[in-house]
Design a protein around this ligand. Structure first.
Ligand code: C2E
Ligand code: CA
Ligand code: CA
Length: 899
């Protein structure tokens, strides 16, 4: 069997403890079994002693009675031998020998019935057979009874030997031995008395040589008796019953008479010698009565001595009884002790196993739960070693609990949790602490990064204000609040006036400075709780909440207008900024953030178009305007598709009134009878990319028209000007949109002039410049429209890649004003210096035309030259112009000739 296999069969603690407990239990059981067996043996031995003693006592009594019977038989035989009839003897002596014998036999038989001496009975029957008038002589009867006595004596002897052996193995043999010795002595004393009786009567009644022998025997037996009596005396001292019995025997008159007689005879024998005559004269002279009494006394003495055995036997029996009781008691004690010890050992084993197993099992369960991830402490109970293990387990659980706590704290990103500062001991603790530290650091970094990202996502990098999305979120929250509380909310849309030019003229750093300064100033103007955000570019939004109506909102707007107008020093120059503010009020929560912002945007647009540094409120009028605009926008979109647009052409003349170009102007035949002017729909279209579609349509239509005019001599080479919107100028498709139609109609790009308003250029100066330069590279001419209305300084003009400068008609109408007049001259002179062709717009009167020509304008456009006309009427108009010119020159020539 392999070791592993052995290990699999390893017994449990309970089995082991029970096993350990079973060893002493088995030992106790073995020893107890031995002790019990021993006690049983002692009990058996006691039983055997009791049985044997009873039998021995019976045997001793039997022997005694047989002796008596034999003497009776002998006496009977002796009388018969002498020829004396028994009746005579009975009469003479009052001793009925026959009755004596009969009584003796009856007693013997009674004893024999109780005993089991078959041999003795046989011998006795033979001996008794001799006892009758014609039976055997005394000699043969004596011999026969002698063998009977020997047989019984043999039983007695065997009994004594058996008892000796039994006593030798007895546990407490002292009393037993004493009783046994008393029994033995009782037998000896009985034997001695019997022997003395025989010797006494032989010495008394037998003559001849045997007498001396019997005398010697008598003396010897007497001595023996004395010796045995002395021994008995020692025993009697310590035995009450024996003492009482002996008292009775020794006090019996028959016994003392017997011994007196024996003493008397012995004394005479000592005095006369054994050979001397019988005391009574040789047996001739006999006192029959006295002899008879002596005979009877002796028989009684024998019997009484035999009875001494009773006392001894009862003492032995008592000792045996005690022995048995002791044995039984010890058997009981041993059994009780063994059972008690076995039970105690098993209980001890059970208790010990419970004491050990319970905590072990709890620990096992705890480890089981641990495996499933439950961190339970276990109670520290049981033996020291188990407690140590439990403590170690608990420490491990504590460490894991700490690790769990730290993991949870990390998972919840609770970096301030005190659990993170706790340290577990050892290498595990060290690595845990390092892991916790590393994780905590990286979490902290992540959190910081996240917060930074969140801030960056919600804030504008330049000004630190909320950005567009975050502002929209604020707006959404504020509107939700308004819905609940029903207070007013104001949105202020703030747009910096002319910010583009700050960027263009002073650089982006200056632009950034202006933006940051404005942000600071606005945020200082608003109330605590109001929100300021930057939507992008130069657009700011204030969400003021709550406000008590428009009055409040306007007060705030005024404050902003004032604080933002303080001059800003940028490098060497001092800028005087201003803002336009659009105000929208939300009195209920029906508006979406986009809607209220659109309203504010609408208002700021209006503020801008109404002149700068102004505050406009988005009121019902504005909203109506918006609705109208939306309507126009939709119709125009359809109008383009439905070909409702038309082009008219306005001639442009040179100083000699010759048509040198025609400007294409769009018209919208919105319905058959109403032709709409650009002012009604171009501004609407300009708010969206719809204007680009309009421009494209015009470019295509103009190119077609130029191609169509190829057959008309006056118009075949006439350049055509088209207007391009600021939005289109910023579109990536600009160059393709412009060149495409020219190419497809086979028109030389140099015949096309694109007109860009000054303000469109200023929106994004660099980009516009790049786009125009590109067009010019392809041969397209570029004109600046409405010049003078924007803020372009004259020194800036040289940077513009343009061919034509069109002076806005507002200057032309005011030519009588000296300032305007000198400004127009300045523009013309500067333009010429930069190699530009100067066109004057809106020239309505011949006087204006003459003055402009005087001021140096190269070209004139206006009603005086010609009104915008349908394409079909352009050639006629051009011709008329030429005829007018010819007529005029004739007049001139005539006047010159005449003058
Ligand atoms: P603009 O480019 O300055 O066009 C000249 C405008 O001045 C035209 O108005 C024309 O009818 C008007 N006009 C011409 N001579 C005189 C005059 O002697 N006195 C006065 N008071 N006005 C005169 P119109 O056609 O109503 O166009 C208005 C504006 O609409 C144009 O101003 C131009 O900026 C824009 N526009 C017209 N057509 C287009 C187009 O196809 N595309 C784009 N983007 N804009 C266009
Ligand atoms: Ca124009
Ligand atoms: Ca113009």
């Amino acid at each position: 069997m392999s070791v592993g296999r052995l290990r699999r069969f390893a017994p449990g603690v309970r089995a082991s403890l029970v096993g350990v407990a079973l060893v002493p239990v088995a030992g106790v059981a073995l020893v107890s079994a031995d002790l019990i067996a021993d006690a049983s043996r002692q009990a058996d031995r006691a039983d055997a002693i009791t049985g044997t003693t009873t039998a021995l006592n019976d045997a001793i009594r039997l022997e005694s009675e047989i002796t008596v019977e034999s003497y009776a038989a002998n006496a009977y035989a002796s009388v018969a031998e002498r020829g004396i009839p028994v009746e005579v003897v009975a009469q003479l002596t009052e001793l009925d020998l026959e009755a004596q014998f009969g009584e003796a036999t009856a007693r013997v038989d009674q004893l024999l019935d109780a005993a089991d001496f078959d041999d003795t009975e046989r011998l006795l029957a033979r001996a008794r057979g001799l006892v009758r008038p014609d039976g055997g002589d005394s000699e043969s009867i004596g011999a026969a009874y002698g063998s009977v006595g020997d047989s019984v004596g043999e039983h007695v002897h065997r009994g004594l030997r058996t008892l000796d052996l039994l006593a030798a193995g007895a546990s407490d043999a002292e009393e037993l031995t004493r009783g046994l010795r008393a029994l033995e002595l009782a037998d000896h004393l009985r034997e001695d008395v019997a022997a003395m009786t025989e010797s006494f009567f032989r010495v008394r009644f037998v003559d001849g040589p045997g007498r001396r022998l019997h005398a010697a025997r008598l003396l010897r037996d007497g001595a023996r008796y004395e010796q045995h009596l002395a021994e008995l005396g020692v025993l009697i001292d310590s035995d009450e019953e024996l003492a009482q019995r002996w008292e009775r025997i020794s006090a019996d008159p028959a016994v003392s008479a017997f011994f007196d007689r024996v003493d008397e005879l012995t004394d005479s024998l000592v005095a006369t010698g054994a050979d001397g005559a019988t005391p009574e004269g040789g047996g001739t002279e006999v006192d029959i009565a006295s002899e008879t009494q002596g005979f009877l006394d002796s028989l009684r003495t024998i019997t009484l001595h035999a009875e001494l055995a009773d006392a001894a036997a009862s003492e032995v029996s008592a000792a045996a009884e005690q022995m048995r009781a002791d044995a039984n008691a010890s058997k009981r004690q041993t059994t009780t002790l063994a059972v008690a010890m076995g039970a105690a050992a098993l209980i001890a084993a059970a208790v010990a196993s419970w004491w050990i197993i319970r905590p072990l099992r709890r620990m096992g369960e705890s480890v089981g739960r641990l495996r499933q991830g439950h961190l339970d402490r276990v109670r520290e109970a049981g033996p020291n070693e188990v407690r140590d293990v439990a403590r170690a387990l608990n420490e491990a659980v504590d460490h894991l609990t700490l690790a769990q706590g730290q993991a949870m704290a990390l998972a919840e990103a609770d970096l301030d949790s005190p659990v993170l500062a706790q340290e577990a001991p050892g290498r595990l603790g060290e690595s845990l602490q390092r892991a916790v530290g590393a994780l905590a650091r990286s979490l902290a970094e992540r959190e910081e990064f996240r917060q930074r990202l969140a801030h960056e996502a919600a804030h504008d990098g330049l000004t630190g204000l909320s950005n567009r999305s975050s502002t929209m979120a604020h707006l959404s929250q504020s509107l939700a609040r308004v819905r609940r509380t029903h207070h007013d909310l104001a949105v202020l849309f703030i747009d910096i006036d002319g910010f583009k030019s700050v960027n263009d003229q002073h650089g982006h750093a200056a632009g950034d400075r202006v933006l940051r300064t404005m942000a600071t100033r606005i945020s200082e103007s608003i109330r605590h709780g109001d929100q300021l955000g930057r939507l992008g570019g130069d657009e700011f939004v204030v969400i003021a909440e709550p406000v008590s109506g428009l009055h409040d909102a306007l007060a705030l707007a005024e404050r902003i207008l004032e604080t933002t107008s303080v001059p800003i020093q940028v490098g060497q120059t001092e800028l005087v900024p201003s803002v336009s503010i659009g105000v929208a009020i939300a009195g209920d929560g029906d508006l979406t953030p986009d809607e209220i912002l659109r309203d504010a945007d609408l208002a700021v647009y209006k503020a801008k178009s109404a002149g700068r540094a102004r505050i406009e409120v988005c009121d019902e009028g504005l909203k109506t305007e918006l609705a109208h605009r939306l309507q126009v926008e939709r119709s125009l979109r359809q109008g383009i598709d439905n070909d409702e647009l038309e082009l008219v052409f306005q001639p442009i003349a040179d100083r000699n009134a010759l048509a040198v170009a025609a400007e294409a102007l769009v018209r919208w035949r919105r319905n058959p009878e109403a032709l709409q002017r650009p002012a009604d729909f171009i501004p609407v279209a300009e708010r969206t990319d719809l204007i680009i579609d309009v421009d494209r349509w015009v470019l295509a239509r103009a190119a077609e028209q130029m191609s169509a005019w190829a057959s008309e001599p006056e118009l075949a080479t006439l350049p055509v000007a088209v207007n391009l919107s600021a939005r289109h100028l910023g579109a990536r498709t600009l160059v393709a949109d412009v060149l495409g139609p020219l190419e497809s109609n086979g028109i030389d790009p140099s015949r096309l002039i694109v007109e860009i308003t000054e303000s469109a250029l200023l929106d994004d100066f660099e980009r516009a410049g790049r786009a125009l330069a590109e067009l010019r590279r392809h041969g397209v001419q570029v004109a600046i429209d409405d010049f003078g209305t924007g803020y372009t300084s004259l020194s800036h003009l040289r940077l513009l890649p343009v061919d034509v400068l069109k002076i806005d008609r507002s200057f032309i109408h005011n030519l009588d004003n000296a300032d305007d007049r000198s400004l127009v001259r300045l523009i013309i002179e500067t333009g010429h210096l930069l190699g530009m062709t100067i066109t004057a717009e809106g020239v309505e009167t011949p006087r204006q035309a003459r003055e402009l020509c005087a001021l140096g304008a190269d070209r004139l456009q206006g009603y005086v030259v010609g009104r915008p006309l349908p394409a079909t009427e352009v050639s006629a108009a051009v011709r008329r112009l030429a005829q007018m010119r010819m007529a005029a020159s004739k007049v001139e020539a005539t006047s010159t000739t005449s003058g």
